[in-house]
Ligand binder design. Structure first.
Ligand SMILES: NC(=O)c1ccc[n+]([C@@H]2O[C@H](COP(=O)([O-])OP(=O)(O)OC[C@H]3O[C@@H](n4cnc5c(N)ncnc54)[C@H](OP(=O)(O)O)[C@@H]3O)[C@@H](O)[C@H]2O)c1
Length: 340
């Protein structure tokens, strides 16, 4: 049995990791967190402070880190120095050259190329690539557009507790990521990580991330353009669904024999159903009609940012000049209408 350290054991991720390790029969496990939680009890485990010395002592074979980007940057190298293989859930190493970014069912073999660190992607990237990989294998991805509905669990244990104590009337959508003037941080992560994992560095991926006021379970609406139809014999939508079935998880003694993408009936696959699942649930498929500009759109409503040229008055009095203006349209009954 490997000697395992769970670093960030008191957090939203770490507490689930401890649960999963126990379910899978790993019993040589130590719990680490910051000095704030040192000495606290987690079941039978006593939380230890994650210091550089403790992690470098050579007493751990595997370290599972979920402590945030800066703390991982500080502490992971010490655990590597101590001889442990480190799996890090933060953004610290995900895009670093030479560090494999791994979803086991998608690119598990890459994990073997590690130099002590294996990075684990953002929580929205994982279900996305689980769905995209088999479709890419079957039909060749050409472009992906994704809108996320991310639960509050993804913002950490403290924020989740706030939501649970908040009056329902105060619930709202939130963009709680850094904004670089173009993308929120999770949007750039989703794009870059998807490209790295699928090894498609040029894949067009446009992303809109939103945090919704539900406790657990991220959802995504995904528009996928492929090189050819996933089922050349069929033109109707539900036939694409079986292509999404990915390999059953083979990780751990109690691994489930069901596919990682579990297809449920339309209208099902709610976040609450996914909360206790290892599988990603997929509830609805439809072929998107191609509009007259050659891009695909969902059946009823498609928001699209279009560029048009209009003439605006020049404040300096020089002759009016054409300039690009952006407006948003939606598509209804085959017509593009401006959003009021
Ligand atoms: N939540 C998710 O669904 C999710 C999904 C994917 C990735 N992640 C990533 O996983 C990481 C942790 O997320 P989380 O949601 O679990 O956060 P969280 O609930 O806030 O928990 C943070 C954990 O890290 C510990 N910690 C913080 N600073 C530390 C330090 N300097 N040294 C040692 N331990 C330290 C905390 O210990 P104390 O209790 O002592 O403060 C706590 O155990 C983040 O990088 C996050 O982006 C989270």
């Amino acid at each position: 049995m490997p000697r395992i350290g769970v670093i960030g054991a008191t957090g939203a991720v770490g507490s689930v990791v401890l649960e999963l390790l126990a379910q899978r029969g790993f019993d040589d496990v130590r719990a680490f967190a910051s000095s704030r939680s040192a000495g606290a009890k987690l079941g039978e485990l006593t939380v230890e402070e994650a210091t550089a010395e403790a992690l470098a002592a050579g007493e751990l074979d595997l370290c599972l880190f979920s402590i945030g980007t800066q703390a991982s940057q500080d502490l992971v190298p010490h655990a590597v120095r101590g001889g442990a293989i480190c799996i890090d859930k933060s953004a610290a190493f995900r895009l670093a050259d030479g560090v494999p970014l791994v979803v086991p069912e998608v690119n598990g073999d890459r994990a073997l190329e590690h130099n002590g660190i294996v990075a684990n992607p953002n929580c929205s990237t994982i279900p996305l690539v689980l769905a995209l990989k088999p479709l890419h294998d079957a039909a060749g991805l050409r472009a992906v557009r994704v809108a996320t509905y991310q639960s509050v669990s993804g913002a950490g244990a403290a924020r989740l507790q706030e939501l649970l104590e908040e009056a329902p009337a105060d619930h709202d959508l939130v963009w709680d990521w850094d904004y670089d003037g173009e993308d929120f941080e999770d949007e750039s992560k989703l794009r870059a990580e998807t490209r790295k994992i699928l090894e498609l560095p040029e894949l067009p991926v446009s992303v809109t991330c939103v945090r919704v006021p539900i406790p657990v379970g991220h959802s995504e609406a995904v528009w996928i353009e492929t090189q050819w139809h996933p089922d050349r014999r069929a033109r109707s939508s539900p036939r694409a669904a079986p292509r999404l079935r990915s390999e059953p998880s083979r990780v751990g003694a109690n691994a489930r024999a069901r596919p990682l993408i579990h297809i449920v009936s339309p209208g099902r696959g709610l976040p609450v159903e996914a909360a206790s699942e290892v599988s990603a649930l997929s509830g609805r498929f439809s072929d998107a009609p191609v509009d007259r500009r050659g891009s695909t759109s969902p059946r009823l409503l498609h928001r699209r940012v279009a560029q048009t040229r209009s003439t605006l008055p020049d404040p300096t009095g020089r002759p009016a000049r054409p300039c690009a203006r952006t407006f948003t349209t939606y598509e209804r009954d085959g017509r593009l209408c401006p959003i009021p």
